[in-house]
Design a protein around this ligand. Structure first.
Ligand SMILES: [Zn+2]
Ligand SMILES: [Zn+2]
Length: 396
């Protein structure tokens, strides 16, 4: 049932958004909506004690007649519920009072919104109030970029999923990521990625300084239209966690700031010491660990480069290949000979790489004390390392 709602029964006005023909506000209705209480046959009429509602204020409506026409139109649209009508006592504007559009997602475990005082729609995030505030915080002179980011900010359903404009000087320690696609480098974002802290019911918005990955976007220099399209495709894919867009101040290029391996990072794998993010595999960060791994050098550049190439591709700690100094191999015995070379058995003093632990305990890298291995000589490998590499390394 629709009722007349005295304007003074509405407080806590928050503008949510402005559309072409109307403005949507959020407010608290002190009387609250009508509900029915009790068992069948003994129903009683009741009101929820104050609740959040949305208000529609139509632009350019001077007369009562045109307001009634618009209200009738609105109510005839399928599913549109109207609680009542009120009139702004100062401006005399008529206002339609409708349900809070996000009411079904408000939950006390998400904490209370400091603007509208209702429960948040996700941890530390009120979808009625927060998107607008994000949008108002900044502007970018490039209209395409400005509108693109704001469009996604308006739609953000969670604090951690908000994309933003990122100032290039807030990205430090820029370093190329070797072995990955040419389009990716890594940096530390000093403003920090969005995260919420606190316990259930008291979540607050927070930031953590974190490593991020930078990805160049393909677009023509003259127009950002292509960039906008590429960005939308990536947002839809949901493969990466996208933090925002920045512009390299040296070359003017727009760059995407993302977490490249977000879908693989899991807390159970432990935290990467290098980028402080969760590892992609048990005790292994696929982004940071491969470039750091070469410890021993063979003394031959071709061999080192080859080992490094395979180390970059290693997806787990156990499958890393490495240079093994000859003096770490003991007790060498010949066990076979043929056209393929000679095979020896030996004890590797450092032992194989293994990972200990399980999903409930967590993981730790582990090397057995020593283990038995087989050695195989490769034909033609005494004089020319590149021949050795071509013949054998790539066949594995
Ligand atoms: Zn709110
Ligand atoms: Zn890492």
């Amino acid at each position: 049932m629709i009722e007349w709602i005295p304007f003074e029964k509405l407080t806590n006005f928050q503008i949510i958004r402005e559309e072409e023909l109307r403005m949507i506000f959020m407010a608290t209705w002190l009387d609250g909506i009508r509900i029915i209480e009790g068992e069948p046959v003994e129903y009683t009429q009741s009101c929820i004690e104050s609740c959040g509602v949305n208000l529609i204020i139509l632009h350019d409506l001077q007369t009562c007649d045109s307001f009634i026409k618009e209200l009738t139109n609105y109510m005839q649209l399928e599913g549109n519920v109207v609680y009542g009508i009120t009139q702004n006592t100062k401006t005399n504007q008529y206002i339609i009072v409708i349900p809070d559009e996000f009411n079904s997602r408000r939950n006390n475990s998400n904490g209370v919104c400091k603007y509208c005082k209702c429960y948040n729609t996700s941890p530390a995030w009120c979808q009625s109030c927060d998107p607008r505030r994000e949008v108002l915080k900044w502007t970018h002179e490039n209209k395409g970029i400005n509108n693109l980011i704001k469009e996604f900010q308006f739609k953000a359903t969670e604090y951690e999923k908000v994309v933003e404009w990122i100032q290039f000087d807030k990205l430090i320690n820029l370093q190329e990521i070797k072995g990955e696609s040419d389009f990716v480098s890594m940096a530390t974002w000093v403003k920090g990625v969005r995260t919420f802290k606190g316990e259930s019911g008291k979540f607050t918005q927070s930031r953590t300084i974190s490593s991020v990955d930078l990805m160049k976007l393909n677009y023509s220099q003259t127009s950002t239209l292509e960039l906008v399209e590429n960005f939308k495709v990536l947002m839809q894919l949901e493969k990466y966690r996208i933090h925002g867009i920045t512009q390299n101040t040296e070359n003017g290029q727009f760059v995407l700031v993302i977490d490249f391996y977000n879908d693989k990072r899991k807390s159970i794998n432990g935290i990467c010491k290098h980028c402080a993010r969760y590892n992609t595999n048990p005790v292994w960060c696929q982004l940071c660990d491969p470039p750091k791994k070469i410890q021993e050098t063979s003394g031959d550049k071709n061999i080192d480069d080859c080992i490094m190439e395979f180390q970059f591709k290693a997806t787990t700690y156990e499958t890393v290949i490495e240079w093994i100094p000859y003096n770490r191999l003991g007790n060498i015995k010949e066990i076979g000979r043929g056209g393929f070379g000679i095979v020896y058995s030996s004890i590797w003093l450092d032992g194989k790489r293994t990972v200990e632990g399980d999903d409930s305990l967590g993981y730790a890298p582990y090397r057995e004390k020593s283990c038995e291995v087989a050695l195989k000589t490769l034909p033609g490998s005494q004089t020319n390392s590149s021949e050795f590499l071509n013949e054998d390394m790539y066949v594995r």
